[in-house]
Structures are given as C-alpha cells and as structure tokens.
Ligand binder design. Sequence first.
Ligand code: 13P
Ligand code: SF4
Length: 343
Amino acid sequence: MNMTAKTIFEDLKTRLSQVVPEVELKYKAELAEEILCLKKERNAVILAHNYMEPALYFSVPDFRGDSLELSRKAATASADIIIFCGVRFMAETAKILNPTKTVLLPAKKAGCSLAESITADDVRSLKAEFPGLPVVTYVNTYADVKAESDICCTSGNAVKVVQSLKSDTVIFLPDEYLASNVARETGKTIVFPRKDKDAGKAVYQMIGWSGKCEVHERFTVADIENARRQFPDVIVMAHPECSPAVVAASDFSGSTTAMVRYVAESKSKRYLLLTECSMGDNIAAENPDKEMLRICSIRCPHMNEITLEDTLESLKQTRYVIEVPEDIRKKAYRAVQRMIEIG
Ligand code: 13P
Ligand code: SF4
C-alpha cells in the first residue's frame, strides 16, 4: 500500500504533536510521500541514525538504529541504492561493506569532529612509535584511517573489541573520552602520548588520542547535579563519548540504541539524556508515558545537515555519491568486518 501524505501526516501528528508544529508536519508529510514513491521506483533503501530529526526519523527510513546496527544493515542490503541519513563516516562504512551498491549521503559534507581529529598519517606515526601493537579505531573515522587499523569498534561494542584482542596493550583512536571510559571498564591504564608530558615514563595498557565529540564534550557533572537536585528520581543516561566524570556520575551509559532500549524497558518515569537532543524527541515520542528532561539540548550540527528536502534531492539527482578508492576500501573492509562480527 502506498502511504499518502494524509496518512503520513496523521501518523506524525499522533507521535509528534508535542514537539513539531502541525503546519510543519503537513509540509514534511508531503515531502515524505514523494520520497517513499521515489524510493520504490529507484529500488533504494533508507538507513537512518537515531539522531535524525523526528519527522524524518518517523516517516521515511526502512531501518533506524545506532552505527553498529546500521553497518550490519548496510552490509546485507540488496537494494540498488543505499541512502544514508547519518554522517559521512557512516555512509563510507556502508560503501566499504557493500561496494557494488550506490551509496548516497543527502548532504555534501555532514562531517564529525571525531573523524576530523585524526589522519591516516597520524596513525602511521603512532604505529611507528609503538610497533607491534594492535590498533583499534572508533568507527567515527574516515576510510583511510580505518585502512591503517586492525579492527574498528562502535560505542556499542568497544569494550568487547578490546577484550577480544590477544594483546594486553592496544592503541585506541581517536576519541579521548571513549578510550578513557573503555580503559576504566576493562581495568586498563591509559596514556595520551601527544598530550601527557610524562607519558613516556608511565606504565600503560592503552594508548589514546585526543579527539573529542563536539556535542558530548559539552555535558558536565554540574548538569547532572542540577537535574538530580530538581528531580531526585531522574535516571541519568550518558553516551560513552561524554567525559569519564560525566559517565561515572550517570546511572547508565551505552550506545544510542542501548539508551533507546533502556528507556523502553525501564519502569522509571523520568530521564535525563546526555546525548544529541533530537534523540530525546524521538524517544519521548515512542514513550509518551515517560518524561525526557530537556535540560541539555545540544544538536549535532553535522547530523542536522540531513533533512527531508535533501533526502528527496538525493534520490532525484543521485547525489552525493560516496566513493572509496578500492585499495583503501579493501584494507578498511578487514577492520570493519572484524568489528561487525563482534556483538
Ligand atoms: P552510536 O554508535 O551510539 O549510534 O553513536 C554514534 C555517534 O556518532 C554518537 O555521537
Ligand atoms: Fe560526530 Fe559527535 Fe556528531 Fe556523533 S554527535 S556525529 S560523534 S560530532
């Protein structure tokens, strides 16, 4: 059955009337109808990250999820075109895993501060400085950085990836906070050789880099203390890209989908989500009996580049096509494939 703008609008209105004005939902439902028709005509599949804005998130995707789930969906997609409603490194990962498909990113750039924080040359220098150590690279990096790595990880499986390696010592790049959070969970000591003056003398089992997520680095322990003072029953959830102090002061930390599931399964009434703010809207829409505190509302500027308008243009004009040079893709594939095999 073809979804008409009217049925899409009714569905969006039921879910989102508290967060999006009706007139905007009407307009977005019309765009969504066009996208769904074209998607069928062009044999495309739409994958959308949990951070997509609510009207897009609840209308056009075939699959929604965190970066690990979407990588798995991309790897097995049979459609001719994969439209990635997420950021560039996610679309690149789809191309690495399923190279015969046309992979489209609806925005020209849609970067990520973590992916920009490290280059393939940086990884080669670290490998020369610490020879023989396995390199674990967060999936929030570009293909040439992945190609220099032994295995990738996401926030959903970083601890398991580190534990799966036969080595006591690993290089973990490029997120300083995720690395520190993983070090704490695995009982390892971490150093940041480019930052710590005394790193050369320290005893360590993890070597990190000083990349940061420009969204998650802004959350503070004071945000949590303020929320707890006003709402003593609040459940505080922090993405592992938050600082170790913020994660330690929270009740739960996990990938975006782990947070979605936690709220769905928990009996608590009130939550503070220390992550990208559209996800709070999406969770609130799916859990109308629960309250998401809107204290920390930080939108990722890169995820924000993906709109319904650009998704439609992407399908109409087959833009922006993601390409990864084959020599880099083959090397990156090994690291990404090892990652998606780890739960
Ligand atoms: P997830 O893998 O948890 O979806 O996170 C991706 C991301 O970019 C978080 O900022
Ligand atoms: Fe990158 Fe942070 Fe945006 Fe996620 S939220 S895409 S890590 S900048």
